[in-house]
Design a protein around this ligand. Structure first.
Ligand code: HEM
Length: 225
């Protein structure tokens, strides 16, 4: 136990834990985005999918608890790595090295904090119905929860839709650098891998941005209603 704690407290241990939890969270984000795209297949498809998940009962609760634990460990490791990096480099980068790092890399900690704030707001908005309690009472003609109607109603508020789009931009920036860092942690940073590795993070981030942001954009433009 002591050895595990010692390993975790080391810089490489915290980075590895962050990488593994990051991959698991990325898997959730990818699955959630794919499920959300059912909005474009219409109310029946979206509500049937949401109903299928909600019917899972205890399994859904266990997945939610696991997701929460993974999220907490990812944040704790990020804080640890951030502190270790600052302790190792108390002075900010010199101008020359500042220029060679990407924007996503320089802002990863801040984009992570904003994604955290977004997730808290998102749960209060759609899952817990704190900001809009009427959402949880919306039912479709088959008596299922009207998740389709809830998302449309949520995004007809322009300020909410725009804040989601901005949050998706920051999430994409976060994932772009997160994936590039993951490959480095895995040792894939030699001249052979670098050209490919440097493209994978940004490419995946663009897909994630388009996949999520297409929904509020479609509601704002009247394509989804
Ligand atoms: C346009 C973007 C998004 C839409 C339309 C959307 C929609 C939804 C909806 C409708 C729910 C509630 C489902 C239900 O109660 O049956 C939900 C839950 C959730 N969303 Fe999103 N979401 C979006 C983006 C995101 C992003 C980017 C993240 C994470 C970074 C995220 C994380 C979550 C989590 C953790 C839950 C709770 C899952 C659960 O209750 O089991 N969502 N989302």
């Amino acid at each position: 136990m002591k050895q595990i704690a010692h390993w975790y407290l080391s810089s490489i241990g915290a980075k590895l834990v962050m990488a593994v939890t990051g991959v698991l969270l990325f898997g959730f984000v990818l699955g959630h985005m794919t499920g959300n795209l059912l909005m474009f297949a219409g109310p029946d498809a979206m509500n049937a999918y949401a109903h299928f998940l909600q019917e899972k009962g205890m399994l859904l609760l266990a997945v939610r608890a696991g997701l929460l634990a993974i999220f907490a460990v990812h944040i704790a490791s990020a804080i640890r790595v951030h502190r270790q990096n600052r302790a190792a480099r108390p002075e900010p980068y010199a101008v020359s090295s500042y220029l060679v790092t990407t924007y996503a890399a320089r802002t990863i900690f801040v984009s992570g904090l904003i994604v955290l704030a977004f997730v808290i707001y998102h749960l209060l908005h759609y899952t817990l119905g704190v900001t809009n309690p009427e959402f949880l009472r919306m039912l479709d003609p088959q008596g299922r929860r009207d998740v389709y109607g809830m998302v449309i109603t949520g995004f007809t508020n322009r300020a909410v839709a725009l804040s989601y789009i901005v949050a998706m931009l920051l999430l994409s920036s976060h994932l772009s650098h997160g994936l590039t860092s993951l490959f480095q942690t895995l040792g894939l940073h030699g001249p052979k891998f670098k050209p490919l590795v440097n493209k994978v993070g940004p490419a995946v981030a663009i897909v994630i941005f388009i996949g999520f942001a297409s929904i509020p954009l479609a509601v704002l433009s009247g394509r989804l209603n």
